[in-house]
Design a protein around this ligand. Structure first.
Ligand code: CTP
Ligand code: 5RP
Length: 444
């Protein structure tokens, strides 16, 4: 195994892979991410896996997608020695977990082999527990979802090897030496092999150990190695369109658009109580119903529970429901969590903070005081690229009337771009419901 630079440093910093060294965890799953390429086809001085997308390195999105999956116990990333420090800094900055760094090889297959060696019990430099199944995934395929990972892992357990495939976009032809068409493949009968792929660890490690220099140098297909050296026929699993590999510069632009689209479809409702579960569930149902058409996902976070996990999951849209607090403590806590998670500096976070006030007991001057405080708070947090909207709802019997006429908050969640301008105008589009929104303002 080549020098596992940085891995020890990370382990000491508490960022290394978990598990007891050398003890194989029955049924465990690990992942190897080759990230040692130079991105020639994309061009430019920075290897594509480190190119910033919305201010964050591409590889950080891929790591995030994998670390979200709790059953992946270790993630081994193969990086060149010159990029080792930068990679360690990325792991630290974005708080990636269960990550171990090893040195990349001169080809993709060599990088993968180095990653596998770190997981192989019989290898002198292995430190991590040997998994039953290993996922191999390119560092430059950032949009891998848990269901695809689960499908390839399940198929690998049954068949020894499995990989995601997609229909071909273009027809594949064989040119002759003189540049003429020799053969054209029937597109319907062929598929594009994508990633992730998964293998019984024993199968793929044995395959790499036997691999010829020619395969190591020119091979592009891990499934083929399992077939050639271990006679293991991989099961092919349909993958999603987002599995494509960032290869050319235009792919970075596509990636940015997809991220923005995903961001706009995630809302987290943070409540400062879980006492009235029924009420919160009602609110969640209402939001879901209003937003269904856009395919938006609403996560509920009573009492700020699991908030850090949600933040790290790249949520940029929050609704703080304040039932117990009338100050800015809950949004402040949320913003502190967001600041430490280092969200993209190029994409604003939106926080809608909703306060329920008893209109019978609040005077006009108190009301105005609240409004001014919200404005000041909005101004303050705008400097951190946070759009803060304060909503005061004066509604004495809110809890009892919720199922009849709960005030609609839908207007705030229709974010499609990085700007909210004009969205507040939607209040007027819904005159029947707007009567419950006594004051709705706050960002500047
Ligand atoms: N010596 C290498 C070469 C490639 N890779 C990784 O393998 C994945 C897929 O390879 P590819 O898209 O070909 O990446 P590059 O080799 O960087 O791109 P190019 O061929 O355009 O130079 C990438 O995550 C890349 O970093 C690697 O770990 N070690
Ligand atoms: O899709 C793949 C395997 O099926 C690989 O991502 C692909 O082969 C990598 O090849 P290259 O490094 O030449 O782009």
């Amino acid at each position: 195994m080549e020098r596992a630079g940085g891995a020890r440093g990370l382990a000491e910093a508490g960022l290394g892979g978990g598990g007891e060294s050398g003890v194989p965890a029955a049924g465990a799953v690990a992942a190897v991410l080759p990230a040692g390429g130079c991105g020639e086809r994309l061009g430019g001085p920075t290897p594509k896996q480190f190119c910033p997308v919305l201010g964050r390195p591409l590889i950080s999105y891929t790591l995030q997608a994998l670390q979200r999956v709790s059953w992946i116990k270790d993630i081994v990333v193969a990086v060149t020695s010159e990029n080792m420090d930068m990679m360690a800094a990325i792991v630290q900055r974005y708080r990636h977990q269960r990550v171990t760094l090893v040195e990349a090889g001169t080809t993709r297959h060599r990088s993968i082999f180095n990653g596998l060696k770190a997981l192989a019990g019989d290898h002198p430099h292995s430190r991590l527990p040997t998994p039953t199944v290993v996922i191999i995934h390119d560092a430059v395929r950032p949009f891998v979802e848990e269901d695809v990972l689960a499908s390839v892992v399940a198929a690998a357990r049954d068949h020894g090897a499995a990989g995601a495939i997609r229909p071909l976009v273009s027809t594949v032809i064989t040119p002759s030496a003189d540049g003429c068409l020799e053969q054209s493949l029937d597109r319907a009968k062929h598929r594009a092999s994508e990633m992730p792929q998964a293998f019984l660890f024993d199968v793929i490690y044995r395959a790499y150990c036997q691999c010829s220099d020619h395969d190591m140098e020119f091979g592009t297909e891990c499934l083929h190695l399992a077939l050639k050296y271990c006679h293991t026929k991989a099961k092919l699993v349909d993958g999603s369109p987002d599995l494509w590999k960032v290869t050319y510069k235009r792919d970075l632009y596509a990636m940015e658009s997809i991220i923005k689209d995903k961001i706009s479809q995630q809302i987290c409702v943070v409540a400062d109580t879980e006492e009235d579960a029924e009420c919160i569930a009602f609110l969640q149902g209402l939001l879901k119903k209003e937003l269904e058409v856009q395919g938006t996902s609403v996560t509920l976070c009573p009492n700020g529970q699991d908030l850090q996990k949600i933040i790290l999951g790249d949520c940029y849209n929050f609704v703080c429901i304040n039932m117990k607090n009338s100050d800015f403590r809950p949004p402040r806590q949320l913003l502190a969590g967001l600041a430490s998670a280092a969200p993209s500096p190029f994409y604003p976070v939106a926080v809608v903070s909703v306060y329920f006030l008893d209109s019978q007991n609040v005077s006009l001057s108190e009301k105005m005081k609240e409004v001014m405080e919200m404005k000041d708070f909005a101004k303050e947090v705008k400097k951190q690229n946070v759009f803060f909207y304060g909503v005061l709802i004066h509604f004495p019997q809110f809890l009892t009337q919720k199922d009849k006429t709960f005030p609609s908050l839908w207007i705030f969640f229709t974010r499609k771009s990085s700007s909210f301008s004009g969205k507040l105008g939607s209040i007027d589009d819904r005159p029947k419901r707007s009567s419950y929104l006594d004051s709705a303002l706050g960002f500047c």
